[in-house]
Design a protein around this ligand. Structure first.
Ligand SMILES: Cc1cn([C@H]2C[C@H](O)[C@@H](COP(=O)(O)OP(=O)(O)OP(=O)(O)O)O2)c(=O)[nH]c1=O
Length: 228
């Protein structure tokens, strides 16, 4: 069973590598803009599903890699991390600029927010040669045979933040590509007084839960993946 981590996040790659299983990485690029009034649950589930479809599209474009018909079953892992404010509605994504980061941090200062990471495992099978079909002029070489999603939540408490702290942190460059504009694994750790829940979930991939998902999806098959 091939495992593909469809993610451009170096953090996710590092976390999954700790499980010592073989996997390939594919970068996907999708529009991550939340829709108006989209609830966190709807947004995060839409994100992991859209990333999975984008990954399958990319695989369709690289047919020659699997031309000899080996590795017919593939599990694609996609993931998305957001912050959610105590109102249960406000989604914290990656900051678009300094002002956006400040406005998120002001709401997180001296407060508890949740970090949610959703993971989707999509099991696909390569169609036998000659049975690929055309949909919207693109050759579909795979069919989805199973897909499961999990969402893990971790409560994170921030210390009170001053404007100077926010300014210095933004200037470090660390916040730009991270949900809620901070990295608990980096300088952002100094702002976190407490967490309740999975640490790896905050960093972007709840490792134990992701491995359980992979195991569950491969159970009963010839090559069950049982990491560590
Ligand atoms: C809260 C928090 C988030 N993050 C990161 C995890 C995710 O990489 C990122 C949220 O953006 P995502 O859209 O979830 O992921 P991504 O764009 O980095 O990667 P891809 O979509 O290709 O899988 O924020 C941290 O690294 N540390 C933290 O403490």
């Amino acid at each position: 069973m091939d495992i593909i981590l469809a993610s451009g996040s170096p953090r996710r790659r590092e976390l999954l590598a700790r499980a010592q299983l073989d996997f390939r990485v594919l970068s996907v690029d999708i529009d991550e803009t939340p829709q108006d009034d989209e609830l966190p649950k709807d947004y995060i589930e839409r994100m992991v599903a859209t990333k999975a479809m984008a990954a399958i599209e990319q695989l369709n474009g690289t047919l020659e890699i699997d031309e000899n018909g080996t590795n017919e079953l593939i599990i694609i892992l996609t993931s998305d991390t957001i912050g959610v404010l105590p109102d249960g509605k406000t989604v914290l994504v990656k900051p678009t600029d300094r002002e956006h980061a400040y406005s998120m941090w002001q709401q997180m200062s001296d407060n508890i927010h949740e970090v949610w990471t959703a993971v989707q495992a999509t099991k696909i099978q390569r169609l036998p040669k000659g049975t690929e079909h055309n949909a919207s002029k693109r050759t579909q070489a795979f069919q989805i045979i199973d897909q499961q999603q999990i969402t893990e939540r971790t409560a994170v408490t921030f210390i009170p933040l001053t404007t100077e702290m926010m300014s210095n942190y933004w200037d470090s460059g660390e916040p730009a590509d991270k949900a809620g504009g901070y990295g608990i694994q980096g300088l952002g750790a100094a702002w976190v007084s407490r967490i309740n829940g999975s640490y790896t979930n905050v960093v972007g991939l709840p490792l134990a839960q992701t491995l359980a998902l992979i195991k569950d999806m491969t159970e009963g098959s010839e090559d069950i993946v049982d990491p560590l």
